[in-house]
Design a protein around this ligand. Structure first.
Ligand code: PEP
Length: 251
């Protein structure tokens, strides 16, 4: 039985003051004990969030990390080892905004994934298709290729200590959500692809759905057999809404 997970991606949002308010709200939540909850603040606010949430069962992750695991001469980057030192346990790899706007490609993402795991961080690999790709009937091909790039280089076993987030690009921050069945179909295909190589890994890995998840649609999405929770953007900036989404993932 996979333990559900709900993770909040705060993206490039927040000031010390607004982050303090969010911490305060999260600190008041009664979180379900059968769900793993995590938040991914901006790097600048990680220390503040770790301090502020030390009494809440919420893990902290980073939104990005370097291709090298250890600290060194790499201006502007943050090493996975530094994130571990700060108290992070997770890191996003390959969010579509980084793939599209920062030009991150598979080769770089393989290195980031491996560097994160080398330090004991759990990578949350984000994969998903654009609207154009979906309309061209290429969803499974695109998502399959993104997943395969990691499997081919690092082996399927790396997913025993990783999470996968299926995030259709057309649903991120747009208010459009994949229907529960659309999301389930892709999640099932991802799990089947992993199962071709290793059924134990496929059955154990958590597959999160991301793309305009809110409290109002979370129950239906999380009710699908291969959806093990969500990666939440906009709605995670509101503590009460985020709390309701976390509860929707519980039993
Ligand atoms: C995201 O950025 O990962 C995301 C899913 O955003 P939103 O929930 O705002 O669509």
């Amino acid at each position: 039985m996979r333990r559900p997970m709900v993770a909040g991606n705060w993206k490039m949002h927040g000031t010390r003051t607004s982050v303090a308010e969010l911490i305060d709200g999260l600190g008041r939540l009664d979180l379900p004990s059968d769900v793993d909850v995590a938040v991914f603040p901006s790097c600048l606010h990680i220390n503040q969030v770790i301090d502020g949430l030390k009494d809440q069962p919420i893990s902290i992750g980073a939104q990005n990390s370097a291709v090298e695991s250890m600290q060194g001469a790499l201006t502007g980057e943050v090493a996975p080892s530094q994130l571990v030192d700060a108290g992070c346990s997770l890191v996003l790899v390959g969010h579509s905004e980084r793939r599209q706007i920062m030009g991150e490609q598979d080769g770089m993402l393989i290195r980031k994934f491996a560097a994160a795991q080398a330090c004991g961080l759990i990578p949350v690999l984000c994969i998903g298709e654009t609207l154009e790709q979906r309309e061209a009937g290429k969803t499974l091909e695109v998502v399959g290729r993104q997943l395969d790039s990691i499997i081919e280089e690092l082996g399927v076993g790396v997913f025993a200590k990783a999470v996968i987030a299926y995030e259709p690009v057309w649903a991120i921050g747009t208010g459009l959500t994949a229907s529960p069945q659309q999301a389930q179909d892709v999640h099932a295909a991802i799990r089947a692809q992993l199962a071709e190589k290793n059924s134990e890994v496929a059955q154990g890995v958590r597959l999160l759905y991301g793309g305009s998840v809110k409290a109002a649609n979370a129950v239906e999405l999380f009710g699908m057999p291969d959806i093990d929770g969500g990666l939440i953007g906009g709605a995670s900036l509101n503590a009460d809404e985020f709390g309701a989404i976390c509860r929707a993932a519980g039993n």
